[in-house]
Design a protein around this ligand. Sequence first.
Ligand code: PGA
Length: 288
Amino acid sequence: MRRTQYVPTTDWLPLDKSPFLMRVVILTDAAQVARRAADVICQCVNKKPDAVLGLATGGTPLGAYRELAERFSRGQISFSHCTSFNLDEYVGLPVSHPESYRSFMDRHLFSLTDFASDRCFLPDGNAADFEQACLEYERGIAEAGGIDLQLLGIGSDGHIAFNEPGSSLSSRTRLKALTQQTREDNARFFSSIEEVPELAVTMGIGTILDAKQVLLLATGSGKASAVRAFIEGPVTSQVPASALQLHPHVTVLLDEAAAAWLVRRPYYDHVESIQRRLEQATKAPSEG
Ligand code: PGA
């Protein structure tokens, strides 16, 4: 019997323009992850200059922030109409402490770009009334129209933001006690583990799932086990990032080391090659 090869037509949308997709993209190294992450963020802001961005701290997004700052300095992107909400903040650190997440964001992104300081929000780690402050944070996100693109890292214990294993999958912004593992992981930013705060205010998993699009980055072999668990394991509060399997539009950018434990790697690479063909086919002629 004669077989004809099935060739996708240009009527198809690139896979990530259709909803209901967890796109797993495996890149060679952290530098490529940073560039692709910056591409996704710039695409979002170019399409919607007043986009609401959910931002993350930690070692992982630093390369992407450097890319964004460089693109801004070359005049390729502006954030002047954006609003941002960060995922979390330590409890009890003065805002001026170099390791407060406010200081981190000022140092690595806000002061290097044109984000409007009165539209860059972080949870208040020194609130007099945390319950009230958390409600107001959630209200602020809703009043801004919801988060268009939420950037995430992942903890070696599978946490997203500071939603530690066991967090309710429908949780909202609240106080959370950090696990010993997280405090050990973050001790590298402080002079000793005793200095790492025990509590944080964090968006909940429900808050994150409300974002219209999610972009999770993971690099390095220390994340390989958590990456395998959240992409290929069951949805469980024991691996908070696994809740992203319920989200309709997630892009995961991994370097080789973080992807090393994925069992279905050949399939993700196959889907990615189809994705690239479709994107090429649907590019406007002017885009070359
Ligand atoms: P890291 O933290 O980027 O510093 O590894 C990620 C996280 O804890 O979410």
